[in-house]
Ligand binder design. Structure first.
Ligand SMILES: NC(=O)c1ccc[n+]([C@@H]2O[C@H](COP(=O)([O-])OP(=O)(O)OC[C@H]3O[C@@H](n4cnc5c(N)ncnc54)[C@H](O)[C@@H]3O)[C@@H](O)[C@H]2O)c1
Ligand SMILES: [Zn+2]
Length: 361
């Protein structure tokens, strides 16, 4: 039987979000209904509200979530009612070109749920990133549910569903950071600090955090940065070179998504080093680099989509490391809030006061 629950909806471009009654249908074949326990407020939710990710209003916001599977549709065998899961926004399809080549973290054919959740008047909602989890219950494709050890707190586990995973994976998967490397991270929000933590987990010897906000730099130190540079006060390229015997870092991770900070990353890396772009640029942005420098400096220039993660491989592993006390994911949770406080959390995010506000349900 379809159910009515409360959910946070962005009704129109730029308008304040509001809590609305939404209808959740029974799960169809291959689908699951999840009782959401926690959902982090990510920059991407704000992008949706501002109309930056399409015009398909109204959006059901929220996508960094953990909860308990309540019911499943026909043919679902990987998860069952009662399972504690982290929701992922890139369910691997198993059939596309990338999957068939054995590179499922590049799966092109995201296998998300159909748009079936509605407002009380029947208007179809567009769930953010195919999830929509600022709600008591949500309907997803069963493949979007990744089972993890239920002993982790939901408000911590949910963060693996988006930004923190993107940062951790930018260092561990895309950047291939390993023991003894020097790493610089430009932009230390939730994603950048995920990259700092990933570099630390991988055994990097030097981790240089760059931001324009001293508060963010202090948090980055707490996640394992060995050195910090406020790029409002000092040239980050020179600073990173000075801290690496004049060479530049082996891996530089850009976690903002701007041409000027990408350029800093490009010049702050060692010869034949790696640049990882995990920040997401906007369509108007352009990059102007001397092609000779692209050639002459060698190495690799990479982008990181969702940290090149494979949810079934990475989420349970990271949860285990957390439960063993080796991955302090709880430090990303700046505050827990109620469903009707998402708008306020957006404002705090814009003022740089939080790494993550997490809605507890
Ligand atoms: N690739 C992916 O799969 C993926 C996933 C999630 C988020 N993202 C993207 O990652 C980026 C960061 O997300 P977030 O949640 O950490 O955002 P955030 O707003 O919390 O963090 C951005 C940080 O960059 C700093 N900053 C801004 N301008 C700067 C500059 N010129 N120089 C140095 N520092 C500067 C800010 O002070 C802030 O600390 C966004 O573009 C987001 O869309 C990418
Ligand atoms: Zn996100």
């Amino acid at each position: 039987m379809a159910e009515q629950v409360n959910g946070v909806v962005a009704g129109a471009k730029g308008a304040r979000v509001s809590v609305e009654t939404i209808t959740i249908p029974d799960p169809g074949p291959g689908e699951a209904v999840v009782r959401v326990q926690a959902c982090g407020v990510c920059h991407t939710d704000l992008h949706y509200r501002e109309g930056g990710i399409g015009d398909d209003f109204p959006f059901l916001l929220g996508h960094e979530a953990a909860g308990v599977v309540e019911s499943v549709g026909d043919g679902v065998t990987d998860v069952a009612p009662g399972d504690f899961v982290v929701l992922n926004w890139r369910a691997v399809c198993g059939n596309c070109r990338a999957c068939l080549r054995g590179r499922p973290w590049y799966c092109f054919a995201t296998h998300n749920a159909q748009q079936k959740m509605t407002l009380a008047d029947g208007t179809v909602l567009s769930p953010a990133l195919g999830i929509g989890a600022f709600t008591e219950k949500t309907l997803v494709a069963a493949g979007q549910c990744t089972k993890v050890d239920p002993r982790i707190k939901p408000e911590v586990a949910g963060l693996l569903g988006c930004g923190v995973m993107a940062g951790l994976g930018a260092a561990l998967n895309t950047g291939g950071v390993s023991r003894g490397d020097s790493v610089a991270v430009i932009g230390c929000g939730g994603v950048g600090d995920g990259a700092v933590l990933g570099a630390s987990l991988a055994g990097a010897r030097k981790i240089i955090a760059v931001d324009i906000d001293d508060r963010k730099l202090a948090w980055a130190r707490d996640f394992g940065a060995t050195d910090v540079i406020n790029s409002r006060e000092a040239d980050p390229v020179e600073g990173i070179r000075d801290l690496t015997e004049g060479n530049g870092a082996d891996v530089v991770i850009e976690a903002i998504g701007r041409p000027e900070t990408y350029q800093q990353a490009f010049y702050a890396r060692d010869l034949a080093g790696t640049v990882v772009l995990v920040g997401v640029p906007t369509p108007d942005m352009r990059l102007d680099l001397p092609l000779l420098d692209v050639f002459g400096r060698g190495g690799s220039l990479k982008s990181s989509w969702y940290g090149d993660c494979l949810p079934s491989r990475d989420f349970p592993m990271l949860v285990d490391l957390h439960l063993q006390g080796r991955l302090p994911l709880e430090k990303f949770v700046s505050e827990t809030i109620a469903l009707d406080q998402v708008e306020g959390a957006f404002a705090k995010m814009e003022r740089g006061e939080v790494l993550r506000s997490v809605v507890l349900l």
